[in-house]
Design a protein around this ligand. Structure first.
Ligand code: GDP
Ligand code: ZN
Length: 366
């Protein structure tokens, strides 16, 4: 059985310093570092030196968090505390993130939802079954840059084109200094060129339009995930633990892969498309009286006033509104899908948690 070391999880001197700095004030309790591999509703799976733990975020931390973005997410390094003889595990601190992928939370507010933390590299994946578009490359590079992660462009499905080298050159021209690789996850062609990025302790996430082969690539790169050690594995042995899909996978060959459903859906240009094409109208809409103005019959609507004053075309406004509604509908659908997935995960996480608590009580109790 392979135990996971902190090094394999990406722990380094920098994290050790950050950990010491954060935990120095809390001298009363023994704190242990760990990395979050799965998150659901304030219950987390965390890999530590002592194996995988199911942990809750401490009430104190929830209280202190000013928004969802300050609570732990997949990829975070955290400080854990084993309370009352190990019966409960709490996340006391989240170490400051080096990088983070976030998107606007559902609804029209400005709250950010962090999808993944401490991603070192991002594979921006495209499929060569479609012409590679310089504009798409640009947009994904912007997303990567915003996160702080280093981008690498991967052109998958090279088996579908006669001349992958030509496509590669074209993409390289658009990518500037960002490295570009053509691969085929089906044929297993040139996948070795990606290994250089998956060195020990480095965390990679995949981004790109749906259907380009991100899942296929993850499966290829992961081969077989490292089994969790410690507490949770005991449940496997008893056949009572339901396996939960981990969102951060430690590769036996080195490197870690983050694959959260949220990352897959991070197609920011859908939202950007509206702002780019209708920049002028968005600027006008910014001075509507209500922030969630639908520009229909609300009082103080700046868009309507501009149309009435002949400052902008009614037709253009109409298509702006139409696009915006489509986008909202898409976001709603995305949220619903996310909720179904969350519910599924929640059930199995809570079941495992209950079983673990029962067992601990039985072992320690009588
Ligand atoms: P995702 O949406 O980006 O996760 O894409 P998937 O991994 O689900 O793949 C989408 C489709 O592309 C599936 O039908 C895959 O079998 C196919 N696919 C993935 N990789 C390759 C490849 O290298 N070559 C070919 N020809 N098809 C691929
Ligand atoms: Zn308005």
């Amino acid at each position: 059985m392979n135990a996971v070391t902190l090094d394999q999880l990406g722990w380094d001197e920098g994290w050790a310093h950050a950990f010491d700095a954060l935990t120095a004030v809390d001298k009363t309790s023994e704190l242990v570092p760990g990395r979050v591999v799965l998150e659901h509703n304030h219950v987390y799976r965390v890999l530590t030196r002592q194996g995988e733990q199911l942990a809750e975020s401490a009430g104190r931390m929830k209280h202190r968090a000013e928004g969802r973005h300050q609570l732990p997410v997949v990829g975070d390094w955290v400080a854990l505390r084993f309370d009352t003889g190990g019966a409960r595990v709490h996340i006391r601190e989240v170490l400051p993130r080096r990088t983070s992928f976030s998107r606007k939370a559902a609804g029209r507010g400005t709250e950010q939802q962090v999808l993944a933390a401490n991603v070192d590299l991002v594979f921006i994946v495209f499929g060569l079954d479609n012409p590679v578009n310089a504009r798409s490359i640009d947009r994904y590079l912007v997303v990567a840059k915003r996160s702080g992660a280093t981008p690498v462009i991967v052109l998958n499905k090279a088996d579908l084109v006669a001349d992958p080298a030509a496509a590669l050159e074209e993409a390289k021209a658009a990518a500037g200094s960002v490295p570009v690789h053509a691969v085929s996850s089906h044929a297993g062609w040139r996948l070795d060129t990606l290994e250089q990025y998956l060195s020990r302790g480095r965390t990679v996430a995949l981004l790109g339009p749906s259907g380009v082969g991100k899942s296929s690539l993850v499966n290829r790169l992961v081969e077989r995930e490292l089994l969790p050690t410690g507490e949770v594995r005991e449940w496997d042995a008893r056949g009572r633990h339901t396996s939960v899909h981990r969102q951060l996978v430690v590769r036996e060959r080195g490197g870690l892969i983050i694959d959260t459903p949220g990352m897959r859906e991070l197609q920011l240009w859908e939202t950007d498309a509206v702002s780019d094409t209708f920049e002028d109208l968005q600027a006008i809409a910014a001075s509507c009286r209500f922030r969630d103005c639908r520009h229909e019959s609300e009082p103080g609507c700046a868009v309507k006033a501009a149309v009435d004053a002949g400052l902008c075309e009614a037709l253009r406004v109409e298509s702006y509104l139409k696009l915006q509604r489509e986008q909202e509908a898409m976001e709603r659908k995305r949220e619903e899908r996310g909720q179904i997935e969350e519910k599924r995960q929640s059930k199995s996480v809570h079941r495992a948690m209950r079983q673990m608590t029962d067992e601990r009580a039985r072992r320690g109790g009588t």
